[in-house]
Design a protein around this ligand. Structure first.
Ligand code: GAP
Length: 447
């Protein structure tokens, strides 16, 4: 089994990720996050929010609507330009993103250029059949909304989370009394009708993004662009991701989205190659100018320091939550003698501590272990396990990334101490029950 297969199997077996609607045969490119996956996602969200919103007086966060006025997506340019070029296998009718079919076809080529390349290079489908003419395909997911059957309105599930940030810019600035430069952050779902999906949940049609739009004077764009590269990379390293598997990559002109003037990706070395999972983008004044034009709103900022009036420019930091989770799962997966350990940063681990009674048929041990569990659970998310032997319980917690296991044994009854076993070093230490909370707090928050 290769690493991807091993991870898919572990993630399913241990309640991190399931293929959505499996009992109906599955639904392509859609995944449900199980109990431990939900905990991991929640921990990533909370750490990101803490780092980039709570720790930053110049950034505020919002939670905008998934379905907004359809004009939003016309103004943002998505109804016109949020497209990929698609070709169809004329025999099987399977559809492909043209730039994923052959390295002779590049992202950003027009359908006419692609037809020419296909003809000149005699490119065929992966099943060996002839291909249709290339055509543009819009990635926005349409919804029809309203209560009267024949008066439903066409709207869109948001294709990127940041649009509510742009159309609410003025309200947020005024209600929070922000002055430029300042940022607005959001975490939430986005939807794209992707032609090519996978591998696994790397590219899906429903996913979550964590985004910051930094509003600024155009002369500050270079500074914030570089700073967001630095801040975001440093946060990824704080999470413990292997530095040798992270790199920046500048996007070429033809790869850039219609709203971007400059774009730099951060890529991770997945088992299926270097792939991007976050971007820093300089969007200029594209969004506020277009929303201003389409809604007849004046977005000009009166800058008293510079004594100037201008439409703020935007530097964007955008990272895919689910893609980051996939990075973390691959990066933390380690195998020794057939035994798997997820060496997740303890702050990300679904459970921080697992508590066990040494023997499950000794009521005094079980009672005492319950007391330890009750005391710790007010501070940390704890797991309880009294099945099988201690070795199996350790292995089971290692597989899901629990950093510490606490065993209540006969010495606990005599001396009020427990064994704490470390996931990564496998070392065991005796710690007194009344010091346990401090012991874990120190390791979690002071290291
Ligand atoms: N607002 C800017 C924006 O949406 P993007 O590069 O299209 O930029 C940002 O997306 C991030 O969202 C990507 O770096 C990636 O992590 C995530 N993302 C984009 N499309 C995705 C998909 N189909 N499945 C999973 N994650 C996706």
């Amino acid at each position: 089994m290769d690493l991807l297969e091993k991870l898919v199997s572990l993630a399913k077996r241990r309640g991190f990720v399931y293929q959505s609607s499996e009992i109906y045969g599955g639904w392509e490119a859609t995944y449900d996050f199980g109990p431990l996956g939900a905990e991991l996602l929640r921990n990533i969200r909370n750490l990101w929010w803490q780092e980039f919103v709570h720790n930053r007086p110049d950034i505020v966060g919002i939670d905008g609507a998934i379905i907004s006025h359809p004009r939003v997506w016309e103004a943002s340019g998505h109804t016109e330009s949020f497209t990929d070029v698609m070709v169809e296998d004329l025999k099987t009718h399977k559809r492909y993103r043209a730039d994923h079919l052959s390295n002779k076809i590049e992202d950003g080529m027009t359908p006419e250029e692609i037809d020419q390349v296909i003809k000149e290079n005699k490119i065929r489908s992966p099943d060996g059949n002839s291909l249709s003419k290339a055509k543009k395909f819009n990635n926005l997911v349409e919804v029809y909304i309203g209560t009267l059957e024949n008066e439903k309105t066409l709207a869109y599930l948001r294709g990127e989370t940041c649009q509510p940030i742009f159309y609410n810019y003025q309200l947020i600035k005024d209600s929070m009394r922000m002055k430029l430069p300042f940022g607005i952050a959001q975490i939430g779902k986005a939807f794209r009708n992707e032609i090519k999906v996978g591998p696994y949940f790397f590219r899906t049609r429903e996913f979550e993004q964590m985004e910051i739009e930094m509003f600024l004077h155009p002369s500050e764009a270079d500074y914030y662009f570089e700073k967001f590269k630095e801040w975001s990379m440093s946060w990824l390293k704080q999470l413990g991701i292997d530095e040798n598997k992270l790199r920046f990559r500048e996007q070429e002109f033809k790869e850039r989205a219609h709203y971007n003037k400059i774009a730099t990706d951060i890529e991770y070395k997945f088992p299926f190659g270097w792939k991007e999972f976050q971007g820093i983008h300089y969007r200029g004044d594209w969004d506020l100018s277009r929303h201003g034009e389409y809604s007849k709103t004046d977005f000009k900022y009166r800058d008293d320091v510079r004594n100037e009036e201008y439409i703020p420019h935007v530097v964007e930091y955008s990272i895919g939550l689910n893609r980051l989770m996939l990075v973390l799962l691959f990066d933390s997966y380690s195998e020794d003698d057939g035994k798997v350990t997820l060496k997740l940063n303890p702050r990300l681990s679904p459970y921080k501590v697992a508590v066990f009674p040494l023997l499950s048929n000794r009521p005094r041990l079980v009672d005492k272990a319950h007391k330890v569990f009750e005391a710790l659970k007010t501070r940390f998310h704890c797991a309880w396990d009294s099945r099988g032997n201690i070795g199996k319980r350790y292995a089971s917690q290692d597989e899901i990334g629990t950093p510490w296991c606490v065993t209540v044994d006969f010495d606990t009854l005599k001396y009020e101490t427990v064994t704490v076993r470390d996931r990564d070093t496998k070392l065991q230490e005796r710690v007194s029950v009344d010091r346990l909370q401090k012991y874990f707090e120190n390791q979690l928050y002071e290291n």
